[in-house]
Ligand binder design. Structure first.
Ligand SMILES: [Zn+2]
Ligand SMILES: [Zn+2]
Length: 135
């Protein structure tokens, strides 16, 4: 039995990821499917998601609060993730593409289509600045 087999379970998990906009956690998918698949366990969902990621069917990213999954096939996009408040901003592929092209030119093939850049959003910087001033 191949582990790359598309089981009914795996198909349903993939369909659930595809049906939800943006990033979803394994937990969200588990809660979605549990009513119709009582035999499902969180670890099964997680294992299947990882397998789907290996198969290139979903993208997997750690956005600071654990792994999140997203259906592959939409427009490539990237994220700016705030380490202060956890806010996630979308970054268009065109903003990142010149950098990727540059890497390709120096002989490095970029295999990621989903980048997370960590930092602090403007409101968190303001808050930090205010704390600094109050000291
Ligand atoms: Zn994303
Ligand atoms: Zn923030």
């Amino acid at each position: 039995m191949s582990t790359m087999r598309m089981t009914i379970q795996r198909r349903k998990i993939l369909a659930t990821v595809q049906g939800l906009p943006g990033h979803v956690s394994a937990e969200t998918i588990y809660h979605r499917l549990k009513p119709e698949m009582p035999e499902l366990s969180p670890s099964t969902v997680y294992r299947n998601l990882k397998a789907l990621a290996d198969m290139g069917r979903v993208s997997v990213t750690d956005m600071g609060q654990g792994w999140v999954f997203e259906a592959v096939g939409g427009t490539p996009h990237h994220h700016l993730v705030c380490l202060g408040c956890g806010e996630v901003e979308d970054l268009s592929d065109s903003a990142v593409r010149p950098f990727f092209d540059q890497l390709e030119r120096r002989g490095f093939h970029v295999a990621t289509n989903h980048l997370c850049i960590y930092g602090y959003c403007s409101s968190c910087q303001e808050k930090a600045g205010a704390q600094e001033a109050a000291r």
